[in-house]
Design a protein around this ligand. Structure first.
Ligand code: GLA
Length: 385
């Protein structure tokens, strides 16, 4: 693990105490996009890239934290926190510490050394892996046994308040609960989790990175969320029992869709359809039905592009190129959108040709060399030695 050896090498220059080591992974979402904050279903898996934290307690009320990725050290005061939402990496660290303190944990001061091999800002949840790894380290240093579910919820609260993203629970949950060999079906209302074995012999999960991130991503995210809430309020006039878009099925939605103005109607159509597709994808994975998985991933992408309008030309291009390559069982944008990555299921025997085709065509058309990572479903946050 590259990040692990980096922190171990650097630690003796940073602190004299013996460190404890913690890590939390990034994620890729197979299907179920923009459904989590509508109480719906998601199907992410943890990837084999993680943020590693070396941690030791301090005698004072400070957190001294160094990021290898940003080559920067900051000193945070537990008793006197900054405002948050400054657009800096330590917003997440401070946010996590403050939310855990508010929730009653007795946190000591700490020295923290961070290194991550999750690509930053690529839509693979580098921020959730940062929140959860730091949160796990601080919680563990407090001497209390960590409650992973509370840890994930605290990560989401930190993201809302200290980063200004009104995200759902998917990223923090999969960072906390990922399991090797499995994707997780998360019911974002009950927070029940079901392991979904990724038993597709001869098929690899490949993440393709557009290497672009459009400035819209965070502001439009909050707009989409507000549009879904508006849709619910308007539908409640004829369906008072409706609480969230999760509560409405596809057929029922078609009967009432006319009550909604555009673009709210198409936003809601995406969410209702995506919930159904996610549950169908779990069944299809269980049967090993790759044809059906390809169809569902294709529909998901088109719906995100045309109805939810969170794709971008670079993501569409990667999906289009993947559609021309042999041995591909599905390709779609993954994560919040407006840049970031696609997720692809590719037959092992066709991997080299897939790489070649994506890399050559994407760079010819955009002038950008795409990132291509073959990954596998990995474990969630943990302390390790
Ligand atoms: C981001 C958010 C998640 C989720 C996805 C879209 O990754 O952090 O909560 O809403 O976008 O599915």
């Amino acid at each position: 693990m590259a990040a692990r050896s980096e922190v171990l090498q650097e630690w003796p220059h940073f602190s004299k105490e013996a460190p404890r080591l913690f890590a939390a992974p990034g994620r890729v979402n197979l299907i179920g996009e923009h459904t989590d904050y509508n109480d719906g279903f998601v199907l992410p898996m943890a990837i084999d890239r993680r943020t590693v934290v070396a941690a030791a307690p301090r005698q004072d009320r400070k957190i001294r934290v160094h990021s290898r990725n940003f080559n920067e050290t900051v000193l945070l005061d537990l008793e006197n926190p900054g405002s948050g939402c400054r657009g800096v990496w330590w917003d997440y660290v401070e946010g996590m510490a403050q939310v855990l303190l508010e929730r009653g944990l007795k946190l000591p001061g700490a020295d923290l050394l961070l290194a991550s091999d999750v690509p930053i800002g690529a839509g693979l949840s580098s921020s959730a892996s940062l929140e959860i790894s730091v949160g796990l380290a601080l919680w563990s240093l407090s001497g209390q046994p960590p409650d992973m579910r509370q840890l994930a919820l605290a990560g989401q609260a930190a993201e809302h308040r200290y980063a200004g993203n009104r995200c759902g629970i998917m990223d923090q949950f999969i960072a906390a609960f990922g399991r090797p060999g499995n994707a997780l079906l998360i019911d974002c209302r009950s927070l029940d989790v079901r392991l979904v074995p990724m038993a597709l012999p001869g098929v690899q999960v490949v993440v393709c990175d557009t290497r672009v991130k459009h400035a819209l991503s965070s502001s439009e995210y909050n707009v989409r969320r507000a549009e879904c809430e508006q849709g619910v309020r308007q539908l409640q006039e004829s369906m008072p029992e409706l609480k969230m878009l999760r509560d409405i099925g596809w057929k029922q939605f078609l009967e009432v869709a006319d009550q909604l103005p555009e673009p709210v109607r198409r936003r809601c159509r995406h969410v209702v359809g995506e919930n159904a597709r996610t549950l169908s994808a779990v069944d299809a994975l269980g049967r090993g039905d790759l044809g059906e998985i390809r169809r569902l991933m294709g529909e998901s992408h088109r719906s995100l592009r045309d109805d939810y309008q969170v794709s971008c030309p670079e993501l569409d291009l990667l999906v289009e190129i993947a559609g021309t390559a042999e041995g591909v069982y599905g390709s779609r944008m993954t994560g919040g959108g407006f840049g970031g990555c696609t997720v692809n299921l590719v037959e092992t025997g066709h991997l080299d040709a897939f790489r070649e085709t994506i890399s050559r065509t994407y760079s010819r058309k955009t002038g950008i060399e795409p990132g291509i990572h073959v990954t596998s479903p990995s474990g969630g946050a943990a302390e390790f030695s």
